[in-house]
Every structure is written in structure tokens, then in C-alpha cells.
Design a protein around this ligand. Structure first.
Ligand code: AMP
Length: 924
């Protein structure tokens, strides 16, 4: 083998290597951000690299001063032509790095220094690489390799240099990437230079694991690109939490850059040297915003390390809203030095702040006011009539004005001090108390004055007692004068709360003022009330004159009907039909209810127009109460809507405890509804059938009395019901019966009991008086007939009148003076009343007023109900109204009396010759 080295002699090489051992191998330290994949200097045994041709690169094994082996590859075929010497490393596994660095240390000989002159001598060599996933080794062809670079020496050396023992060692670094396979081979190509490859170090760069801002960042291999920044998420160290997810960026140079976000120690911990330590005893950390643990505020402590809050010492407290660094506090002591200043019925109370405010600034005061009874034995709370200015509780200032107290009365006031922690403690109330006696005081002004009737020369007035009389009112003084004539006023006095001011001018406005007097003197005058007298008129009825002319002159009927309409107290039913627009009647007589006030809970029945439901009604300012809700089903015609609401317009005019009460209507939304009071026991007929025999006679009479009273009211109002029947009476939970089912003529159309008569129109035959069936003469007297039938229904617990007889037979039987027999166990007095109601001559029937007073009498005198009608309910005696003590002497006389004289012969023939026998005759 011929080489440039051999020309220099072995000694030369030896010196050179020794030099390396001192200059190059002294330290093996590498920076923390570099990870070696190969370091030829640290390989102990044979490197095992492949050189070809065989006489090209050769390995020179040496040892350093520590006898560690040194691998050096040399080639120096500068004298020969066409050199192409390859040296190939073993597979270098990348360990996931995409970009690796190759650091070469070599010496290169200066061609000029060589004996043969320039010749074929080169001063460079080439470096290649080849990526592979497995050990292909010798099978890699030159053409497979990719060139990394041509490497030239910064310094080459001459023999002279060697002689001077100055070694020119070159270090060159090149990088490869992006690498995608498991590993790669490096190859060094020599084309005729004199090179000694002293070391090859292959490494990649990484950002080494680090803790920054309490976040741990793991080792991170740099990216494949020299300008790439890899974003890496950190994880919070123990006992810390991410305030904002911590991140950093790993640069291609293996440096961590641009930290974002951070972790903070969780509460109860604080940061110390990059980790989180528990707060010491007596310290706490309650919020993340505070960087460090704080000392517990006054009157508080901790029992353990790592506290997130401090506990209050006994007797000290904290509210939920007190900040954590605020001291624990206590309730205040009582207010001090309370004084009072009485002015008639007002008291001004003042006090000094408590000695002990408990360490808080939120001290407030509450006042308790009690009245002491005359005998000083009882205390009573003052109640809401007494006013506190500015307020009664939560006072910030240490004074209060108490007004509207009673005159001449002893009071006790307690001024209590509280603060934010008073509610948390139970030490008893801290208050100072004061006894005060109010003075004599004049009455407060009269505030409510009403005008009664006014004539052309007089006005009657009434008023309410002052809210605070402050004593016994001895009299009232009424001052009045004609408007704008204040100088000539009149004063009258009255012990009552009403007067008639007379000798006034007609059609004039008068001003009235009233004041009350007690032993303490006069109170202030009321505000001014203005009232006007009536105008002149042509007769005693004053303004009614023009109405009278319209209605047809001063006939009794006309005057009475006008009086009913015009004078308060006598109200008349107004037929909604008289309104051109029926909606106007709805508007006038009913109240619109917002649908949101109603909750429908149950369906309780079926009405003609839709379902009947029940549920609570909640009106503003009123307690919730149950109501019945009648709905108008969808798809109705305008006529049906009018008829449906017609019932409400009628009902809305009534106000009586035995008439079903209208709460209001819903017309502004759908479905349209009528809201009435809720009657828990539903309709009377069903209710009676369900409770057959369950009630005492007095209870039944009580129900009848209610119905009669409701009917009296209706007849007084001029309303004829036309369909009075037990099915149209509703019963509430107290067994109060109320008349319902109002309508116009349509009521009869809706009633399943109503049948068409020969004259047209539908009539509930069994309940209707003969004249109403025959020629539609519906009056309060025909309602009385129906009432008699209702009595019969009630006393027979819902039995069907005339049982299964056909309507035609009923009409005929009634025409023929047949009457329903007395129900079983029915008191005779009641049956007599029923029979009276069924008098053929409607003028002979009792009026509802008489029925009510008769029933009242019976109730007051229950023994009058003892006598029962003959228990056989089909007794003809009863059915034809043969009454005890009716004065009839013979059967013939009796039959004449009931206009059945034509049957006299028949009676005699069949053996009913005496009243005694007739009384025991049965229907069969
Ligand atoms: P009406 O259409 O008025 O005949 O009502 C039909 C049914 O609903 C009645 O027979 C009762 O059972 C029931 N009903 C009607 N109004 C009320 C109410 N105010 N309270 C309780 N139930 C009622």
C-alpha cells in the first residue's frame, strides 16, 4: 500500500494521534439539547464500517492516554488516478428525529505540500446518506445515495506544519432531513485526497424537559424544518391548576420559546421554587388570584396546613358575603341612651350607637312597638296602622319618627341593634326599651264623603268616621257653601255620619267640608267635596218627566217601571237583546279576565256549547280560589257565540247568594270562556240521587229556602227563568243551592227536557205551568209552578216528575187537575205549598216572597214539619189536593171544589162515597 502517510513515516502518524488524544478527546460533554445517535469516539470495539475498494479507506486503531480506543479512517491515494473510495457507516437509527446533524472532525493534506506536485491530488471529499428501514448494508449501491455536501477543509496541513507540531483539525457540521425512515447510512467518498477522518458524531436536537410557570414540558424532538416552532402543551405540576392552558414552542435549535398560559397553585397552596407547597398553620389561601398564602385575619385560625379558609374563634362570625381577609366579627351590643320626644300622637325616638359594634360597619336598627293595655297587664303589637318614618326595620340612622299612634295610650318601644352577623348567632336580642305615653290629639280628617240622593233644593251626604278618631267623636261639623261663594257659608252639626243639606239652589254646585270633634278639640277639615243639586222640573219626579212622556204618560205601570230603573236600590234586569250590539251588553255587565289568571285542571261536565271545567282563578291582589269554566267549543257560529255570552250578560247583572255568581268572561283569547264560582256538589238532581235519604228535613227545607230566595231576587229584578228545575240548580260544599242556567229563549232549546209544543218552541213540559205550555205565558207565576216541581224533586231525592208518563199524558193529566202526589215522608206543610204552586189560576199561586217567608217560618218552627203526608205516595187524596180541614163535607162537594164534579157519579158507582174512603184510595 502506498500512501501519503507512509511517505511521512509511522512516527509521524503516532505523533498526530497523540495530539488528538490531548486536543480532541479531552471532553465528551455534549449540550443538553443534543442527543447523539452515533459518536465514533465513544465506540469501544470495532466500528465495523465498510470500505470499498478494500485498498481505499482504512481504519487505524489507536488508544488515547486512557487506553480507550480511537477509531480513525484514513485514505491518501493522491498519487494514483481515478480514485473512488467509499466508506459507509452502519445503519444509524434516527430514534424519531426528522432532522439530524453530522459533525465531522478531520484533517486534510495540502496538495501543494505533496512531493508529486498537484497531480490528481484533491482537497475535498463528499458526504452522502441513504435512508432505510432495515439493515441493507453492503447491498446499497452508490447511485442510491443522496449527496449531502462536498466537504472542504478550512485548514489543510503541510509537512512543515507537522514538523512544527501544529495540527490543523477541521470540524464541519452538516444537517440532513427531513428523514422519514427508521434510520440511514452515511457514506464518505474520496476522489483522491489525503484525509484522516478522526471522528463522526451524528446527533439530533431536542428541547429538554423543563418546568416553566408550574407546568411540566416533556422532552421534545425538534421539527424537520430549520425554522419550525413546535407548539407543546404542558401539564400542571402537583397541586396546581391551569389558569390558562400552558404551552411553549420548541425551536429547531432545541430551545424553548414563547411560553403562553400558566398553572397556578391550587387554593391552600403557594408557589415555592417551582412547586406548590401547603400554606403553613395560621395561613390560608382561598382564591387563585392571591399569589401567596395570607395570615388568618383577626379572630380566626386554622387547625391544619394547607387551609383554604380560616375558622372564626368562638363568639365570632362571618357572613357569606364577608371577604376572606375580613376579620371575624360579632353582633353589636344594645343601642345606648335612648330618648323619646312625644308630640300628640307622634313620637320621635333617638339613641346613641352601641358601645360594641362587633367590628362591623353594617349596624342597623329595628323598632318593636307594643301598646300597653289600660290595666297595664297586657302588651299588644302596634299593628300596621302605626307608621314609622323612614321605616320600621333596617334603619341606618339612629332615630325614627313614629306617627299615627293612639292618643292617650302607653307604648313600649324596643330599639334593637343588629349587624350582618346577628342572624348567625343566638345571643338574645340586644335592645334598649322606652316607655312612652302619647298625648291627647284631635281626630284625623274625614276622608270619605259620599253623596246620597239629591233634590233640586237638597243634597244628602254620608261619610266615614276618621281613620284615627283619637278619642270618642262628640259631633261632626259640616261646612258648605255655593261654589265660588266661600264668604257666605253655612255650618251644621251632626252626631251622625249623615246629613241632609237643604234650602239649596237648584242646578248649583256646592262645596262640602267635614270635620270631627272629640274632647281634644276639632280635627282638620276634610278636603273639599263638590256636589250638585238637581235642576228644576215639572213634577215631583224631577228629571223623570221627559222619560215619562216617552213611555206614555203618568200611568201607574210607567211610573213604577221608571222608578225601578231610575232609583238606586231597585234594580231591573236588562235583556241583552235590547242592545243593538250584544258585545256591548257583555262589555257592560261582565268583567274581562285575562286567560293567564285561569288554570284549567279538570273537566266536570258537558254544556251545550262545550266542556265545563274547573280550576283555580288567581286575580291580582286576591287569594286564589276555585272556579267553574264554561268553554265555547271551536267552530262556533257568531250566533252561538252571542248566545253563549248572552248567559254571562244576564248572570253578570245578578248579585245574590242564591244565584250563581259570575266572576267574568274571557273573550280576548280563544276559547271564549265564562268563569263562575265553583259549586263543588254539581247539579242538584244528580246530587240528590247520589245521596238518597241522607238529609234531614230541615236540611232539605234549607235548600228549598235558598232556591226560593234566589228566585225572589230574580222576580224582583223582573227576570223570568222559564227553565227552573233541579238540574239547573247547583250545590256547593255547604249545601247552598244556587239558581243557574240563564239564557234567553235559547235556554229551552238547550234543555234536553224541553219538547216541542203544538205552538212551536221547546218547553220542559213536566216543569212548566199549563198556561206557559198552552200559550207561552211565561211569568214569575209560571216560575212558581216550576218551583213547586223542584220542591217535589227535592223531597223525593231526585225522582223524575210524573215518572215515565209521556209528555202528552202529563199535559193531559195536569189539564184534568191531576197533580203529583206527595213524596214519601214529605211533611204535609211542604206538600201543601207545592200544591199551591200548582194552582191552575196563576194569580192564586204564592209569590216567591211568600214562599221564602213560609219556609222561614217552617224552619224556625220544626215541629210544623212533623206531620207527614200519607205515606202512600200515590194517594189520590194528596194528588188531587184534598186537604185536611179544607171544609168539604162530602165527596161531591169536594169534587166540585176541585172542578171535577163530572166524576161524582163514577165515584159513587165505584164505592167512594165518603171522604174517609177517598182518602185511602190508591192510584191503581
Ligand atoms: P251547564 O251547561 O250550565 O248545564 O253545565 C253543565 C254541567 O257542568 C252541570 O250539570 C254541572 O254538573 C257542571 N257545572 C256547571 N257549572 C258549574 C259550576 N259553577 N260549578 C260546578 N259544576 C258546574
Amino acid at each position: 500500500m502506498t500512501s501519503a502517510w507512509s511517505s511521512g513515516g509511522p512516527l509521524c502518524l503516532k505523533v498526530w494521534t497523540c495530539f488528538f488524544s490531548l486536543a480532541v478527546f479531552r471532553t465528551h460533554c455534549i449540550p443538553a439539547n443534543e442527543v447523539n445517535l452515533l459518536d465514533s469516539r465513544s465506540v469501544m470495539g470495532d466500528l465495523g464500517w465498510i470500505a470499498y475498494p478494500k485498498n481505499g479507506w482504512e481504519e487505524i486503531g489507536e488508544v488515547d492516554e486512557n487506553y480507550a480506543p480511537i477509531h480513525t479512517y484514513q485514505v491518501c491515494k493522491v498519487m494514483e488516478h481515478n480514485q473512488n473510495n467509499w466508506l459507509q457507516t452502519n445503519l444509524i437509527v434516527t430514534e424519531g428525529a426528522q432532522r439530524v446533524f453530522v459533525e465531522l472532525q478531520f484533517t486534510l493534506r495540502d496538495c501543494n505540500s505533496l512531493p508529486g506536485g498537484v497531480g490528481t491530488c484533491k482537497e475535498t471529499f463528499n458526504m452522502y446518506y441513504y435512508e432505510s428501514n432495515d439493515e441493507e448494508g453492503r447491498n446499497i449501491r452508490e447511485s442510491h445515495y443522496s449527496k449531502v455536501d462536498t466537504i472542504a477543509a478550512d485548514e489543510s496541513f503541510t509537512e512543515l506544519d507537522l514538523g512544527d507540531r501544529v495540527m490543523k483539525l477541521n470540524t464541519e457540521v452538516r444537517d440532513l432531513g427531513p428523514l422519514t425512515k427508521k434510520g440511514f447510512y452515511l457514506a464518505f467518498q474520496d476522489l483522491g485526497a489525503c484525509i484522516a477522518l478522526v471522528s463522526v458524531r451524528v446527533f439530533y436536537k431536542r428541547c429538554p424537559s423543563v418546568v416553566k410557570n408550574l407546568a411540566q414540558f416533556q422532552d421534545t424532538i425538534t421539527g424537520s424544518d430549520s425554522s419550525q416552532l413546535l407548539e407543546v402543551a404542558g401539564s400542571c405540576v402537583n397541586n396546581s391548576v391551569a389558569e390558562d392552558l400552558p404551552r411553549m414552542h420548541c425551536s429547531a435549535e432545541g430551545e424553548w420559546l414563547v411560553p403562553i398560559g400558566k398553572c397556578v397553585c391550587q387554593v391552600g397552596f403557594e408557589e415555592l421554587n417551582g412547586s406548590c407547597q401547603e400554606c403553613r398553620l395560621g395561613f390560608f389561601r382561598s382564591v387563585l388570584q392571591n399569589p401567596t398564602c395570607s395570615k388568618c385575619p383577626p379572630h380566626s385560625f386554622t387547625r391544619v396546613q394547607g387551609a383554604t379558609s380560616c375558622s372564626c374563634e368562638e363568639g365570632y362570625y362571618k357572613t357569606d358575603t364577608d371577604p376572606p381577609n375580613m376579620a371575624c366579627t360579632r353582633p353589636p351590643s344594645a343601642p345606648r341612651n335612648a330618648i323619646s320626644n312625644v308630640n300628640e300622637t307622634s313620637v320621635f325616638l333617638e339613641w346613641a350607637v352601641p358601645e360594641e359594634t362587633g367590628g362591623r360597619k353594617d349596624v342597623r336598627y329595628n323598632i318593636r312597638c307594643r301598646k300597653i293595655s289600660v290595666d297595664s297587664r297586657r302588651y299588644e303589637e302596634c299593628g300596621s296602622a302605626v307608621r314609622f318614618l323612614p321605616q320600621r326595620s333596617g334603619l341606618r340612622d339612629n332615630s325614627v319618627m313614629v306617627v299615627d299612634l293612639l292618643a292617650h295610650t302607653n307604648y313600649t318601644f324596643e330599639v334593637e341593634a343588629i349587624n350582618g352577623v346577628s342572624e348567625l348567632t343566638n345571643p338574645g336580642r340586644q335592645f334598649v326599651s322606652l316607655n312612652v305615653t302619647t298625648n291627647q290629639a284631635a281626630p284625623s280628617p274625614v276622608s270619605v264623603v259620599r253623596k246620597g240622593k239629591s233634590g233640586k233644593n237638597s243634597i244628602s251626604l254620608s261619610w266615614q268616621k276618621p281613620d284615627r278618631p283619637n278619642g270618642i267623636i262628640l259631633e261632626y261639623e259640616i261646612k258648605y257653601f255655593e261654589k265660588d261663594q266661600e264668604t257666605s257659608y253655612t255650618i251644621i252639626k251632626s252626631k251622625e255620619t249623615e246629613i241632609l243639606a237643604d234650602a239649596l239652589k237648584p242646578s248649583s254646585v256646592y262645596i262640602f267640608q267635614i270635620r270631627a270633634r272629640t274632647s281634644a278639640g276639632y280635627g282638620g277639615f276634610s278636603r273639599r267635596f263638590e256636589f250638585e243639586t238637581s235642576p228644576y222640573c215639572k213634577d215631583q219626579l224631577g228629571t223623570l218627566w221627559s222619560d215619562l212622556e216617552l213611555c206614555g204618560g203618568i200611568t201607574e205601570k210607567c211610573v213604577l217601571s221608571l222608578l225601578k230603573v231610575k232609583f238606586p236600590g231597585v234594580r231591573t234586569y236588562i235583556d241583552p237583546h235590547t242592545y243593538e250590539d250584544p258585545n256591548q251588553a257583555v262589555h257592560e255587565f261582565t268583567q274581562e279576565i285575562d286567560v293567564s289568571c285561569i288554570t284549567i285542571e279538570r273537566v266536570i261536565g258537558a254544556g251545550e256549547f262545550g266542556e265545563v271545567c274547573s280550576g283555580p282563578l288567581r286575580l291580582t291582589g286576591k287569594r286564589e280560589f276555585p272556579v267553574a269554566i264554561k268553554t265555547l267549543k271551536a267552530g262556533y257560529s257568531e250566533q252561538q257565540r252571542r248566545d253563549f255570552l248572552g248567559e254571562a250578560s244576564i248572570m253578570g247583572q245578578f248579585d245574590h247568594p242564591n244565584i250563581i255568581h259570575l266572576e267574568g268572561v274571557v273573550t280576548k283569547s280563544k276559547p271564549v270562556m265564562i268563569i263562575t264560582e265553583f259549586m263543588e256538589n254539581g247539579s242538584l238532581d244528580t246530587f240528590l240521587k247520589k245521596n238518597d235519604g241522607q238529609f234531614t228535613v230541615i236540611q232539605l227545607v234549607g235548600m228549598l229556602r235558598g232556591i226560593a230566595s234566589g228566585m225572589k231576587y230574580l222576580s224582583d229584578m223582573g227576570y223570568v227563568h222559564r227553565d227552573l228545575a233541579a238540574r239547573n240548580i247547583l250545590v256547593n260544599s255547604n249545601l247552598v243551592c244556587k239558581v243557574s242556567d240563564f239564557g234567553l229563549s235559547r235556554v229551552l232549546e238547550d234543555d234536553a227536557e224541553a219538547a216541542y209544543t203544538t205552538r212551536g218552541g221547546k218547553i220542559p213540559i213536566r216543569w212548566t205551568a199549563p198556561e206557559a205550555i198552552a200559550f207561552r205565558k211565561f211569568t214569575s207565576a209560571s216560575d212558581v209552578w216550576s218551583y213547586g216541581i223542584v220542591m217535589w224533586e227535592v223531597m223525593s231525592y231526585g225522582e223524575r216528575p210524573y215518572w215515565e208518563m209521556s209528555n202528552q199524558d202529563v199535559i193531559k193529566a195536569v189539564e184534568d187537575s191531576y197533580r203529583l202526589p206527595g213524596p214519601m215522608d214529605c211533611p204535609a206543610a211542604l206538600y201543601h205549598l207545592m200544591m199551591d204552586c200548582w194552582q191552575k189560576d196563576r194569580n192564586s199561586r204564592p209569590k216567591f216572597e211568600e214562599i221564602v217567608s213560609l219556609l222561614d217560618k217552617l224552619i224556625r218552627n220544626p215541629s210544623s214539619l212533623k206531620a207527614l203526608v200519607n205515606s202512600s205516595h200515590s194517594s189520590m187524596y194528596a194528588s188531587v189536593g184534598l186537604r185536611e180541614g179544607s171544609g168539604h163535607q162530602s165527596v161531591g162537594e169536594w169534587l166540585e171544589g176541585i172542578k171535577m164534579g163530572r166524576y161524582n157519579e163514577l165515584f159513587m158507582e165505584t164505592g167512594y162515597t165518603s171522604l174517609e174512603v177517598v182518602a185511602h184510595m190508591t192510584l191503581e
